[in-house]
Design a protein around this ligand. Structure first.
Ligand code: GTP
Ligand code: MG
Ligand code: ZN
Length: 328
C-alpha cells in the first residue's frame, strides 16, 4: 500500500493511504536515507510504501523520492539534522516584530535554506495589533526590504477584536487590512502544500485554527517573563484544507544550527547579494576582504541592507567548524 505521512509523533507516523484510510505506522528497523543523517528519516509530507501487520498497524518500508525538503540542523549535535517537512509547494514564515521578536538573522537563515531547496517563501508579519508606533515603522521597513528582494509579505493580526493591543485595533481601516491579509493567505494556500514555520509563539497554530474551522490546534499565551513562546506544538502535522491542499503546522523553532553550504554557493541564496556579485572583480569573491568587491560597495551605498549582509557573513562563518556557535 502507498500513502502520505501526515503526522509524526516521534515513534509513530500517521499515514493517509491513497484510499483515504488513516494507518498508524512504525519505521522498518534500521531504516536509513542515502546521504542524510537525520533524527527523523521519514518526515511529514513524505510519500511512502507501507505493509500492514495483524495488529492493524503497519510498517513503512520505502520512501518515494522527495521533490524537496526543509531541513534543520540540530544546534548541538552538529552532524544530526531533522527534516521539518518534505514535498512542499511553498513555505509561510510567520514572523513577529515583537512578542516575541523574530530576528532578521533568523529570517535570513530560513530564506537562504529555502532558496537552497527552491521552496518559495511568503513572509507573514503577524500580531500587528500589538505593535506601538515605532514597531509599526520598523515593520514597514522590514516589509519594504523583503518585498524589494522579491519575497511576498503579508501583514496581519489574528487577535480577536476584543483583545485590542496598545495601537487600538478598533480602528476600522486596520481591522480591514488584517482581514485582507488573512484573505490573501487563504487564497494563496488553496490547492497547495504549505509549510508554516517560525519561532514559538508567533501564531502558527492560531492561524490554522482561523483557516480550518474545527481544527482545534492547541495554542498558548507566550511567557510574560521572557516574551517567548511556550513550544506548544511539539510534533509536525499536516492538515487538509477545506479549499483543497494541505497546511503543515510545525513546532516553533529557536533557530538553525550550522548550515553546510559551500562558500561560493552561499552567495546565490541571498538574491540581492547574488545580483551585485556579478560585478565583483573575482568570480570566487566571498565579499569579505577581496579588492574590487561590488557587494561591499553596494552595502556601503545602501543598496544592500546591512542586516542582510550580516546574516550572510554569519552563515559564511558556519563553515569555520571549529568554532562553537549559538543557534539563532
Ligand atoms: N495579540 C495577538 N495575539 C496573537 C496573535 N496571533 C496569535 N496570538 C496569540 O499568541 C499566542 C501563541 O500562539 P500560537 O498559535 O500558540 O503560536 P505557535 O506559533 O503555534 O507557537 P508554538 O506551537 O509554540 O510554536 C496565543 O496566545 C495566541 O492567541 C495576534 O495576531 N495578535
Ligand atoms: Mg503551535
Ligand atoms: Zn564580492
Amino acid at each position: 500500500m502507498h500513502g502520505l505521512v501526515i503526522k509524526n509523533t516521534g515513534s509513530w507516523y500517521t499515514v493517509k493511504t491513497d484510499d483515504g484510510e488513516m494507518v498508524e505506522c512504525k519505521i522498518k528497523g534500521n531504516f536509513r536515507l542515502k546521504g542524510i543523517r537525520s533524527t527523523n528519516p521519514v518526515a511529514v509530507g513524505d510519500k511512502v510504501s507501507i505493509v500492514r501487520n495483524n495488529e492493524g498497524t503497519a510498517l513503512i518500508t520505502d520512501i518515494d523520492d522527495r521533490k524537496n525538503y526543509i531541513i534543520r540542523k540540530s544546534p548541538n549535535l552538529s552532524k544530526q539534522s531533522s527534516i521539518l517537512a518534505a514535498n512542499i509547494d511553498q513555505a509561510f514564515l510567520i514572523v513577529t516584530v515583537a512578542h516575541p521578536e523574530t530576528s532578521t538573522t533568523f529570517i535570513d537563515r530560513f530564506l537562504a535554506g529555502a532558496e537552497a531547496y527552491r521552496v518559495p517563501v511568503t513572509l507573514v508579519f503577524n500580531k500587528t495589533d500589538l505593535l506601538d508606533d515605532d514597531e509599526l515603522r520598523y515593520q514597514k521597513m522590514m516589509i519594504n526590504l523583503y518585498d524589494s528582494i522579491g519575497y511576498k509579505c503579508i501583514e496581519t493580526s489574528l487577535a480577536p477584536a476584543t483583545t485590542a493591543g496598545p495601537s487600538a485595533i478598533a480602528d476600522d481601516d486596520r481591522l480591514r487590512a488584517f482581514e485582507a491579509g488573512i484573505a490573501t493567505i487563504s487564497k494563496d494556500i488553496e490547492g497547495k502544500v504549505t509549510l508554516l514555520s517560525g519561532n514559538s509563539g508567533v501564531g502558527k497554530s492560531t492561524l490554522i485554527n482561523r483557516l480550518i474551522p474545527g481544527a482545534g490546534r492547541k495554542t498558548a499565551e507566550i511567557s510574560d517573563a521572557h516574551d517567548t513562546g511556550m513550544h506548544t506544538t511539539t510534533f509536525s502535522e499536516m492538515l487538509e484544507l477545506p479549499s483543497g491542499g494541505y497546511i503543515i503546522d510545525t513546532p516553533g523553532i529557536k533557530g538553525f544550527g550550522t548550515f553546510d553550504i559551500e562558500r561560493t554557493e552561499l552567495t546565490s541564496y541571498f538574491r540581492e547579494i547574488f545580483k551585485f556579485s556579478a560585478d565583483c572583480r573575482f568570480s570566487n569573491c566571498t565579499h569579505t576582504n577581496e579588492p574590487g568587491c561590488a557587494v561591499k560597495k553596494a552595502v556601503a551605498d545602501h543598496y544592500i541592507a546591512e542586516s542582510r549582509y550580516n546574516s550572510y557573513l554569519s552563515m559564511l562563518d558556519d563553515k569555520d567548524e571549529s568554532k562553537y556557535r549559538e543557534a539563532f
